[in-house]
Design a protein around this ligand. Structure first.
Ligand code: KG4
Ligand code: ZN
Length: 492
């Protein structure tokens, strides 16, 4: 006997059984087909080897509730506990999806089913009179409450000290301290300064998060920490704090990947990251293009920058233009008054580069081209428009980022694109992403800005996905991994 997730290919056998089980009010093949194919449903069948039972669960995007859609066991297979097993698996799935309750409707005259549901923890919360026609039988509405784990997440990979708290897929707190100002006079993040700032900020940020969530450490079920990729010294502070808390309060600890955390942040918006998706992560530290088939065990790095990160390029060009750090917002503002009239180079987009580096990025040539352009104008004593330079530079970055991201969507037949990282604040990037995605029938996801930039909530959210899926915690022996591969979602 085998339990298998059902898809459209199983339609014929499901309909055969459906007609046997519900001769009077069987679902139509059309509605069954769309149920089996829908992304928000999970149908499970029992094969022995032919289909002898099935059940379905639906969880709407962004909802914290799942519904049992249907359940049926072939009449000659009843009394063997198969219905219970199907229900237990659907409940486990609902838990994994972050649902806080499972709802169902049952005929009031089906004593066997009602007894089973009660045994599984369901309670009757309502009744619908004469719901099942033509017999006029009442429907009982039953509910199973699910207590989702409360997970505290710590982020310290770069210059943001973040402590977030989530319960399941629900955001409870997102406290943040940034050392950005301390780096401004250097024009970029200084690792030692960042590490020291984390040391000073970690306790107050933790306390702020707990206060915001109205919780104490006793209420926390698990701790998650980003152990890479990032700055070694900065990472060590977050990891040290997480290990100390885990030991002192006897909590399981999960070491998770910062980059995958950026993708996981979207569960806090939608209840789930809709998969598969292409993810473009652009910040001061990374420019990565990912193919995510499964958040916890199937993340592929398609490409990344071979020199500067996108945000770093903004920061460096800002310096060339005499603008303060961080340069991204400054250039964005200045560019709004200019026109993208200068054609700056688009790194790694020539045909020969596209063969070897189809999904990789390079911004250092662009940065140099901008610097040359400015120098030349200055040497010649020409009056040039900084706004036009800013707009043209911004256009080049946005063009390359989106060309490659949309290529990835098309190449892999994935019609979703998720954006993350601080550069997502860029007005032109957002506008152009929307335009190109609509043109190509791609659904664009941009989580709210506080969840796009580095934060503790995204680390907590990824940790929470691991806990809900029943994954074992990490051992206490993991260390900071500056160059952690994106394929390694959790370090054990
Ligand atoms: O994700 P984030 O807050 O932190 C880390 O990189 O760790 O990203 C910061 C980066 C900086 O390089 C900043 O210049 C860039 O994001 N950035 C922008 C904009 N706002 C911030 N880049 C372009 N346009 C913006 N509006
Ligand atoms: Zn980041």
């Amino acid at each position: 006997m085998e339990f298998l997730e059902l898809s459209k290919e199983h339609l014929t056998s499901v309909m055969d059984l459906e007609h046997k089980l519900f001769p009077e009010d069987a679902w139509s093949a059309t509605s069954m087909a769309s149920e089996l194919a829908a992304t928000h449903t999970y149908y499970l069948g029992i094969f022995a080897p032919e289909l002898i039972g099935y059940a379905g669960l639906a969880t709407a995007a962004g909802s914290f509730s799942s519904d049992i859609q249907t359940i049926g066991i072939a009449s000659d297979q009843r009394g063997n506990g198969l219905g219970r097993q199907l229900m237990q698996r659907l409940i486990a799935k609902a838990k994994e999806l972050g649902s806080e309750q499972v709802m169902l409707e049952v005929r009031a005259d089906n004593a066997v089913a009602i007894a089973l549901y009660k045994d599984l923890g369901f309670e009757q919360i309502d009744i619908r009179k004469r719901y099942y026609q033509p017999a006029g039988i009442d429907a009982l509405i039953m509910r199973l409450p699910i207590r989702q784990p409360i997970v505290l997440g710590i982020e310290s990979t770069c210059d943001e000290t973040g402590v977030g708290i989530v319960q399941g897929n629900r955001l409870l707190a997102n406290a943040l301290h940034s050392s950005m100002d301390e780096h401004s006079k250097y024009g970029g993040v200084v690792p030692e300064v960042a590490a020291r700032a984390h040391l000073e900020a970690i306790r107050p940020t933790l306390e702020k998060a707990l206060t915001e969530a109205k919780l104490t450490m006793q209420d926390i079920d698990a701790i998650a920490v980003a152990n890479g990729p990032g700055l070694a010294g900065a990472l060590m502070v977050g990891i040290g704090a997480a290990k100390g808390l885990a030991l002192a309060h006897n909590k399981p600890l999960y070491a998770v990947n910062h980059l995958v955390g950026h993708v996981g942040a979207d569960v806090l918006e939608r209840g789930a990251v809709e998969l598969p998706t292409i993810a473009l992560l652009v910040s001061g530290g990374h420019t990565s293009l990912l193919l995510v088939r499964h958040l916890l065990n199937d993340v592929e790095l398609l490409g990344e920058t071979i020199d500067d990160a996108a945000g770093e390029a903004f920061d460096k060009v800002a310096r060339v233009l005499g603008l303060p750090y961080p340069g991204g917002p400054q250039i964005d503002k200045l560019a709004a008054d200019g026109t993208a009239s200068i054609r700056f180079p688009r790194g790694l987009t020539l045909p020969k580069d596209m063969e070897k580096h189809r999904y990789d990025f390079s911004f250092s040539g662009l940065k140099t081209a901008v610097a040359r352009h400015v120098e030349k104008a200055q040497d010649a004593g020409e009056d040039f428009s900084k706004a036009d330079v800013a707009a043209s530079f911004r256009e080049a970055v946005v063009d390359v980022l989106l060309t490659k991201a949309i290529n990835a969507c098309k190449d892999f037949g994935v019609n979703r694109l998720l954006l993350g990282g601080g550069v997502v604040a860029n007005a032109r990037l957002r506008e152009e992403a929307q335009k190109r995605c609509s043109e190509n029938g791609i659904e664009l996801r941009i989580p709210r800005f506080q969840l796009c930039t580095d934060n503790g909530a995204m680390i907590a959210a990824l940790g929470s996905q691991l806990v809900m899926a029943g994954t074992a915690p990490s051992s206490l022996s993991f260390g900071s991994e500056s160059t952690l591969e994106v394929t390694q979602v959790q370090t054990l």
